[in-house]
Design a protein around this ligand. Structure first.
Ligand code: MN
Length: 445
């Protein structure tokens, strides 16, 4: 786990005014990474860091000689349209770049005091930037790491046998589809597929009627491992660059018909949305907490998934929210309504356990791979991270403030995921947003 250092100091002041706006997700203590392009410019995409309502262009900083040594070597990987080369460098380089960037942005920065005009060379207003997918994602794995989610879903699908006997030993996951991961803001088309109506002996093919979201957190893989060489739990966090918000869109009717015997497939692979900003694990150091407390009587994790450090500080106190704005709400100028309020510390498995388990058979992870946590659900009704659970498979519809009713998503619905961390003696940092509007299914043809 990264230690606290001067970059986490809640009293830091930044010369970028908007970094002090009370509602900003991006104060100087955060410094999340993404990929952007200047709108209306022929310049290629490159890596940037969010600060207030601005983006720091790391390549411009490098060219202005604002970094040295390891930070300069790290910044030299940033003139690329993905974070992948930076991810391959590992935590020493990430950390030095963060430190030098933090010092550069502080209002006592000698560089800035001597020449305030550097602001216009290294900052790009977010409103003038187009954000792109932050990583080139070679492989995507989706886990199922929340006990409450697994128990709720299992209860609906298998009332007599909700939690299968492997759950408390194995971090369950499946290989997701990387090609259909889209950036926040990209509309998501309702999938068509096979479903089997309850009153029919045979399936039909058509638009999904039970479209859902899943509130998840993504782990962005750093250097990764050689094939055949597992990553020990004690080293796992050295391989996690940071976290981002993920919406694992799910067609429940397709899923119910196809998921046995090999697990999710077309019910998931039509789209997964991710937020544009990756919050580094180092930025999350002030919000670390104990791993989830296993209920009395649960088995201890097997030794390869167990260290005392993982138990004492493997969790992350990350508040998560899901908001909905329907087409009618937009037409009537109603604000979005919150559906879910959960916390990432409720996951049964820690991020380190997920990564270590994934490599435990020798499987290699590569820079830019995405591991998603699985739906984040807590033990209260308002912390359930998908509509399947919130409406108990449609049997408990939700009435929205404008009178509309939802069991599953309708065309035109917009989902917005948000996340933030706060702690005593630390700044509040946020994850930006992960948005997506549901488009109608393609016409039959
Ligand atoms: Mn999922």
């Amino acid at each position: 786990m990264p230690n606290l250092n001067e970059t986490h100091d809640p009293h830091l002041r930044c010369w970028v005014e908007s970094a002090h706006a009370p509602e900003t997700d991006f104060p100087i203590q955060n410094l999340p990474f993404g990929v952007f392009k200047r709108r209306g410019s022929d310049d290629g995409a490159c890596v940037g860091v969010a600060i207030g309502d601005q983006i720091v262009d790391l390549t411009a900083c490098l060219h202005a000689n604002l970094f040295d040594d390891l930070a300069a070597r790290a910044a030299a990987t940033c003139d690329e349209e993905s974070l992948n080369d930076l991810l391959a460098l590992g935590p020493a380089a990430w950390s030095e770049l963060r430190l030098q960037l933090s010092r550069l942005l502080r209002d006592d920065s000698v560089v800035y005091r001597n020449d305030p005009s550097i602001a216009e060379h290294i900052l790009v207003p977010m409103v003038e930037a187009e954000l792109l997918l932050p990583m080139q994602i070679g492989d995507y794995t989706d886990f199922y790491a929340a006990l409450y989610h697994a128990t709720n879903v299992g209860t609906m699908l298998r009332p007599d046998n909700p939690l299968l006997p492997n759950y408390k030993y194995v971090p369950i996951g499946y290989h997701g589809r990387a090609s259909s991961i889209v950036l926040s803001g990209t509309p998501v088309r309702r999938p068509r597929g096979q479903t089997k109506p309850a009153d029919s002996a045979t399936p039909v093919f058509g638009p999904s009627k039970l479209l859902d979201y899943e509130l998840e957190v993504g782990l962005v893989v750093g250097p990764g491992n050689q094939l055949g060489q597992p990553i020990a739990l004690a080293e796992a966090e050295q391989h996690i660059f940071g976290l981002c918000l993920v919406n694992d869109w799910s067609a429940r009717d397709l899923q119910t018909w196809e998921y046995q015997p090999l697990g999710p497939f077309l019910a998931k692979s039509f789209a997964t949305s991710i937020a544009p900003w990756v919050v580094t694990l180092e930025a999350l150091a002030p919000y670390r907490c104990a791993a989830f407390t296993r209920p009395a009587g649960d088995p201890a994790p097997l030794p390869y998934l167990s260290t005392s450090e993982n138990q004492s500080s493997g969790g992350i106190d990350l508040q998560l929210e899901v908001w909905l704005r329907t087409q009618q709400m937009r037409d009537q100028l109603h604000e979005s309504v919150r559906l879910t309020q959960g916390n990432f510390r409720d996951m049964y498995w820690t991020i380190a356990q997920l990564l270590t388990h994934h490599t435990s058979n020798g499987c290699n992870l590569r820079p830019g791979d995405l591991l998603a946590s699985g739906t984040v659900s807590g033990n209260t009704k308002d912390s359930r991270g998908c509509l399947l659970e919130l409406t108990w498979r449609g049997s408990e519809p939700i009435t929205l403030p404008n009178g509309e009713i939802r069991t599953f998503l309708q065309d035109g619905d917009e989902l917005i995921l948000r996340g933030s961390c706060s702690a005593e003696g630390a700044a509040r940092i946020g994850f930006g947003e992960c948005r997506g509007v549901v488009l109608p299914a393609n016409a039959e043809g």
